[in-house]
Ligand binder design. Structure first.
Ligand code: 4NP
Length: 172
């Protein structure tokens, strides 16, 4: 047996919102933190369905409120979702229904050329969370500070629910 045989391929999750500067980087940081604390073999990234803020750092308000809870968003850079994401990730988590629908359209286009089971599964961020089942992670961009707090609260709750799900399915 070679050394490489012992290394398990990580399960890969992509968090997606519109701009990739508020909600999805927050979700990425929260998921990464909980996954690290639990020692799971899961990698997390984030992207936006739009290309409004290419290579931008997360919104300063997102960074500020996240930092208060111990999450560091400062190294993240915004990027747009692309077709290779559907091959490279196992699960793509949309922050709201608009973004889920956009992702589904992109996936449908790819399914015309590729086997369905080799493309990422799509779900809402809140799809496993009975306390906010299938509710959107509310877009804070045009609002006040409490919107950014709410995003963090929603992401923490949704992440706990996903981790219970992953454990029950022996993922990671
Ligand atoms: P996000 O928030 O999708 O959570 O990153 C937004 C960021 C930027 C814009 C909208 C929402 N925008 O219109 O530029």
């Amino acid at each position: 047996m070679s050394k490489g045989d012992l290394i398990m391929k990580p399960y890969r999750i992509l968090c997606v919102c519109l701009g990739n500067i508020c909600r999805s980087p927050t979700a990425e940081a929260v998921l990464r933190t909980y996954i690290k604390n639990q020692g799971l073999n899961i990698e997390v990234d984030s992207a936006g369905t739009s290309n409004y803020h290419p290579n931008a750092s997360p919104d300063l308000r997102s960074q500020k409120y996240a930092k208060k809870r111990g999450y560091d968003l400062s190294q993240f850079k915004a990027r747009q979702v692309n077709s290779s994401d559907f091959r490279q990730f196992d699960l793509i988590l949309a922050m709201d229904l608009d973004n889920l629908n956009q992702l589904q359209k992109l996936k449908n286009n790819m399914m015309r050329h590729q086997a369905i089971d080799s493309l990422a599964e799509l779900a809402l961020m809140t799809a496993q969370d009975s306390t906010q089942l299938n509710r959107p992670i509310a877009d804070p961009y045009y609002g006040a500070g409490d919107g950014f707090e709410l995003v963090l609260e929603q992401c923490e709750s949704a992440t706990q629910a996903w981790l219970s799900y992953f454990k029950s399915k022996k993922i990671g």
